[in-house]
Write a protein that binds this ligand. Structure first.
Ligand code: B4P
Length: 190
């Protein structure tokens, strides 16, 4: 079973590349950002709590997103594999994911990290914010906060997978097609 973590700072292209990967490798896409936005648009209690944090550019509590992922894994028994997009974002989430998978006799195949510098990230997110209606993409201060959260809490997740020999970095600058070709080359080695 292929269990892929797609990693990178906000705006690195995780969601974009996930769309290509799910088709090519027949994987179930688990994006915690998308799941949380779904909760917000359905007006659930979880969505109300998450909206406040997401609009400020800060992470939602670990137990909330771990519970969401656990439910999705259970709901997709028999899948060919999963692509984890935007999760894990803390070391506690990475440990919880390992525990969830090993309880099913599974493990992470590898993490692919998209490398993009901060100036390009801000440009991409502000551009998307013009059409997407996402409040967290429209304000440079909130984008700065998201990048700070990434640097202080998320970047260390890369070391967690490096220590397990499961980390590969891919240049996230270039055309979406070229980046996808480079990601596919890595996935094909798993
Ligand atoms: P996410 O929804 O995961 O948002 P993101 O980091 O911006 O990534 P996304 O996948 O949307 O963007 P992409 O890089 O594809 O998270 C939002 C919020 O939810 C977080 O701030 C947090 O509050 C909360 N959250 C989510 N998961 C959580 C977790 N596990 N724990 C706690 N909190 C959590 O694309 C960005 C833009 O770049 C797009 O417009 C795209 O078209 C463009 N782009 C992509 N590739 C490009 C390329 N090669 N060239 C030019 N532009 C490109």
């Amino acid at each position: 079973m292929l269990n892929l973590v797609l990693f990178g700072p906000p705006g690195a292209g995780k969601g974009t590349q996930s769309q290509n990967l799910i088709e090519k490798y027949n994987l179930v896409h688990l994006s915690t950002g998308d799941i949380l936005r779904g909760e917000i648009s359905n007006g659930t209690a979880l969505g109300l709590e998450a909206k406040k944090l997401m609009d400020e550019g800060v992470l939602v509590p670990d137990e909330v997103v771990i519970g969401m992922i656990s439910n999705k894994l259970d709901a997709n028994k028999g899948a060919n594999g999963f692509i984890f997009d935007g999760f894990p974002r803390t070391v506690a989430q990475a440990e919880a994911l390992d525990n969830l998978l090993s309880s099913k006799g599974e493990a992470i195949s590898g993490m692919i990290a998209l490398e993009v510098e901060p100036v390009e990230l801000e440009k991409r997110l502000l551009l998307r914010g013009k059409d997407s209606g996402r409040p967290d993409d429209q304000n440079p201060e909130i984008i700065k906060k998201r990048v700070e959260e990434y640097n202080s809490k998320t970047a260390q997740v890369a070391s967690y997978y490096k220590e397990q020999g499961k980390f590969t970095s891919v240049n996230g600058i270039g055309t979406i097609e070229d980046i996808f070709t480079n990601i596919s080359k890595v996935v094909d080695t798993y």
